[in-house]
Design a protein around this ligand. Structure first.
Ligand code: SF4
Ligand code: SF4
Length: 87
C-alpha cells in the first residue's frame, strides 16, 4: 500500500484527450467564489474570475492539469472538448 491509487477520472474525457483537446469550462451559477481553484492553479491562472463570468479558460498557458477541476468543492468546473476540427 503505497498510496498509488489512480486519481478520479477527469470526466468522460480521458487524460490524453483532456490534454490535447480539452478546456476547462465553468458553470457560473454554482460558483461561490471561494478561490480554491485559483489558489491551486500551478501557473496562477485566475480560474475564479473565469468561473464568475462563466467563461471557458482559453489561456494558452493552461496545462490542463485538472487541479482546478478536482479541487473545486462545488463541482463547478469540468473539461469540455474543444471543437477544433468538427467535420
Ligand atoms: S473553486 Fe469552484 S466554487 Fe470556488 S471559486 Fe473556483 S470555481 Fe468557484
Ligand atoms: S487545468 Fe491546471 S493549469 Fe489549467 S486553469 Fe486549471 S489548474 Fe490552472
Amino acid at each position: 500500500m503505497f498510496g498509488t491509487s489512480q486519481p478520479a477520472p477527469l470526466t468522460d474525457l480521458n487524460r490524453y484527450t483532456a490534454l490535447s483537446e480539452g478546456q476547462v469550462v465553468p458553470e457560473a451559477s454554482r460558483c461561490v467564489q471561494c478561490g480554491i481553484c485559483s489558489y491551486n492553479c500551478p501557473i496562477n491562472i485566475d480560474v475564479r474570475a473565469h468561473a464568475w463570468r462563466g467563461l471557458p479558460i482559453h489561456d494558452g498557458h493552461c496545462l490542463t492539469c485538472g487541479q482546478c477541476v478536482q479541487r473545486c468543492p462545488r463541482g463547478v468546473l469540468r473539461f469540455e472538448r474543444i471543437a477544433l476540427l468538427n467535420v
